[in-house]
Write a protein that binds this ligand. Sequence first.
Ligand SMILES: [Mn+2]
Length: 409
Amino acid sequence: MRLAIISDLHIGYERFSDDALLQARKALEAAHAHADAVLIPGDIFDNRTPKPEVIASAMRLFREFSGMDWAAKPAEAEGTGARAPIVVIPGTHERRAQDTENPVSLLSIAGFVVDASNRRATLEKDGEKVSIYGIAGVSEERFGEILSKLNPEPEPGAFNILMFHQSLYELLPFSDTFLRMEMLPKGFDLYVCGHIHGRVEKKLHGSDFLIPGSTVLTQLKEGEQEGKGFYIYDTSSRSFTFEYIDSRKFVLIKEDASNRSAGEVRKEIEEKVKSIAAASGSKPIIRVEITGKPKDGSINLQPKRIAEELKETAIVEIGSRIDAEEIGKDADAEELRSGKLKDISIKDYGMRLFLENLRKRGYALPIKPSDLFEVLSQEGSSRDKAISDAIALLYSSYPDASESQGSYP
Ligand SMILES: [Mn+2]
């Protein structure tokens, strides 16, 4: 069986909502043309309670694809009512409390997809059986507990897949509470994960471990320059290919301003942006990271003006300047300078320190630490504003505190 593994579509993602929907469609079209079935390991939606318009656009999309002819079929005995072999789980963005519906379960109730949350779903084609054990996304701290409670086991006589939506320590070493890959159960023929928005190909317990990455740009990090797409995994040859979809181009420009005039740096950025745009189909997203200080001072760079002037050519985002010399000489700065952290962004690094400190202090508030970090690290916000926003977030989360602390499954 040929399985398309498509993840993190983020339908309803406000910043690039048209891209999210269009690129989800392109991935499904290519999947229909080249595969027998589709697996989606979470984050079909960007939000756990999307607006009706967003739910409607996803419903139209999945209604269309579930109405097509697919070579594989969901096993009739399971009585899901779904005709199309599109097997899904909710991810972190769709996670809600136990016994509540989430937007992915709505697609399944409508009969467009098979929701494999915390259970097995089976696909069949010409006598071949593919068994997918899905685990709905949970907070990282609880994943180990859920895993031992569910105790997923491979089914004899089938090609077995474990599908989930989590960070693992080896992929994002933010916190000791993240599960180690080796803790995942053995005996599966393929491990499929969502959540991480860049591609990951690894081996686990002798099988392939695949994360296709998102189909839409969200993080504007170095790894997202490669282009978006999905995997096609062939169960008979146990091999896979990555299929690119036509997606909006993202380019990261690193500009060193040291010992140059701000005008010179600005001019160079403008030229680079224009030449990238000329070579791109649709308007590209370009992130510029400026390091070093121009001779006549950073103030003369006027990053907002550069972005504004180029807005017809490209979507330009100019990153804040980090001057290594201005960071204190403590151990963390040493780690940064020595390049040990070159693969993670400053923001991710900040998040890691933040999580470590929260853990040491026994953090137990009902807001996700990552949400709190987002509020506290908003660009251009003063200390007082960040604190008042964090307090507002705390109060606003009490009514549905069960969603972050509630028990799952
Ligand atoms: Mn995601």
